[in-house]
Design a binder for this molecule. Structure first.
Ligand SMILES: Cc1cc2nc3c(=O)[nH]c(=O)nc-3n(C[C@H](O)[C@H](O)[C@H](O)COP(=O)(O)OP(=O)(O)OC[C@H]3O[C@@H](n4cnc5c(N)ncnc54)[C@H](O)[C@@H]3O)c2cc1C
Length: 445
């Protein structure tokens, strides 16, 4: 079998490594236009900030690929002929495949703003974006970041780390309003304030102004404000990269359409990771998942199917994590940004405004826990997942909170204050804090 994978991101590489394990004799070729070797996209910001060198974000040494008989092709795939099972590459060659995985990832969204093609205006997705940002922000004093999501805050932190003043434009009334409740967003706001990053809420970009050399010199907002700047970061989200799929008869919508086995409508062609759109997502799941860990899970699942062990992709309990300047964030399960019928939530915040916990649970007895938000605290993944899967009553969770605390012993422990706050907010179901116990003693009970 010759498996060709287009894209050497986390999805493509996870598939390649799993197939190598399951089928040691398979021929596997990874094609990527971006880089010869796989690297960690999520660590791009740390290269800009000087915390890591470019070679540090390669999870595998360069010899690893040859050692594992994984052929790397650094080229752009320009066209697919699925009836002949051929892929045309931009370097003029063609590749024949028996099985094909499209793991082409995403591309930064653009909105069609006047001036968005000026020099010094860009998104952050690929290595060339990092190179452009490094070049175009050298020696400048002010930047503008458009977008109140995860990449927006990363861009602001990156500029700030080099002494460049970023102004952030956020369309909504608070930061990441589609995901964070207002209380959690306030904690992120505090990070912006402490780092002296001005944020304009309820404000969008209207236009980008250029100078005589075709470089950005200012932006104009929907509030009519003109903000002088020498660089603009567009962080309004990403969309699946469909360029290659669209050269063929593979069904696409917003993404490449796949079934639960990550199969497209064309035999022997699969799609996974950021570029894939599930035709029928399971209840509570989204059709397009643009996350590092779901890319890895999809890559591993599709590898089994490719190797003749049909394995449906199941995401399981939702999880995500991020960092907003110095504030760590984790979320598990169902954690809506605004109240929804049938769900209640308990919220605790440390007086410093640097830590918070929200526990979501069903309004109906026995008040099963469905999700968590944690900021400035680290929760144990296995414990939170176990509680959500087991539909543990909120009283059990609150009285055993210590089991979920991942912070080392010498960090301040807040469980007592959390339980006190819970009993004040929900006096009808008072709980008492139990001794710190490991997950396994809880499971045995
Ligand atoms: C700056 C940044 C920070 C992020 N931080 C987080 C985070 O903290 N946590 C998290 O969960 N997620 C994060 N993400 C999202 C996460 O990185 C992606 O979900 C993940 O990388 C997607 O992996 P993938 O393998 O599906 O696609 P990609 O990593 O996009 O890889 C696809 C590859 O395919 C190549 N390709 C596409 N078309 C062709 C073609 N025709 N020919 C050849 N090659 C082609 C592309 O060049 C690319 O290298 C972040 C993303 C960015 C941009």
């Amino acid at each position: 079998m010759h498996l060709v994978i287009i894209g050497n991101g986390i999805t493509g590489v996870s598939c390649a490594l799993t197939v190598r394990r399951l089928r040691p004799e398979a021929r596997i070729t990874l094609v990527s236009s971006e880089s010869a070797h796989h690297y960690s996209r999520t660590a791009l910001m740390y290269v800009y900030m000087g915390h890591l060198r470019p070679q540090d974000i390669k999870p595998y040494e360069d010899w690893f690929w040859k050692e594992n008989h994984l052929e790397l092709v650094h080229a752009t795939a320009t066209a697919l002929n699925t009836s002949k099972k051929l892929i045309a590459l931009a370097n003029g060659t063609t590749l024949a495949y028996d099985q094909l995985l499209l793991a082409t990832g995403s591309e930064s969204k653009r909105h069609g703003w006047p001036g968005q093609d000026l020099a010094g205006v860009q998104g952050l997705y690929h290595l060339p974006d990092l190179e452009a940002m490094t070049r175009d922000t050298h020696g400048i004093s002010r930047g503008v970041v458009v977008g109140g999501g995860l990449i927006g805050v990363e861009l602001a932190e990156m500029l700030h780390s080099r002494g460049i003043e970023p102004t952030v434009l956020v369309r909504d009334a608070h930061y990441w309003a589609s995901v964070l409740p207002p209380e959690e967003a306030n904690l992120v706001d505090r990070q912006f304030e402490e780092n002296r990053v001005p944020v304009r809420y309820r404000t969008e970009l209207r236009e980008i102004l250029g100078d005589a050399q075709g470089r950005v010199r200012a932006v104009v907002t929907t509030a009519g404000e003109e903000i002088p700047c020498q660089w603009v970061g567009l962080a309004i989200g990403v969309s699946p990269n469909l360029t290659l799929a669209k050269t063929s008869e593979i069904d696409t919508d917003r993404g490449i359409l796949v079934d639960e086995y990550l199969r497209t409508n064309v035999p022997n062609v699969y799609a996974a990771g950021d570029c894939a759109q599930h035709r029928q997502p399971a209840a509570g799941e989204v059709a397009i998942e643009q996350l590092w860990y779901t890319g890895r899970m999809q890559g591993e699942a599709v590898a089994h199917t490719i190797c003749g062990q049909p394995t449906p992709y199941r995401r399981g309990v939702w999880f995500n994590s991020a960092k907003f300047f110095n504030l760590e964030y984790q979320t598990y399960g169902q954690a809506p940004a605004s109240p929804i019928a049938g769900l209640e939530s308990f919220y605790w915040e440390h007086p410093s405004g640097r830590a918070a916990l929200r526990v979501y649970f069903r309004a109906e007895a026995p008040h099963a826990v469905v999700g968590f938000n944690a900021l400035g605290l680290r929760l144990r993944h296995d414990v939170c997942e176990h509680w959500i899967r087991q539909q543990a009553p909120v009283a059990t969770v609150m009285s055993h909170l210590g089991a979920a605390n991942f912070d080392p012993e010498f960090f301040p422990q807040h469980e007592k204050a959390m339980v006190t706050a819970f009993n004040q907010q929900f006096p009808q179901q008072p709980v008492a804090l139990k001794q710190r116990k490991g997950l396994f003693s809880l499971i045995k009970k």
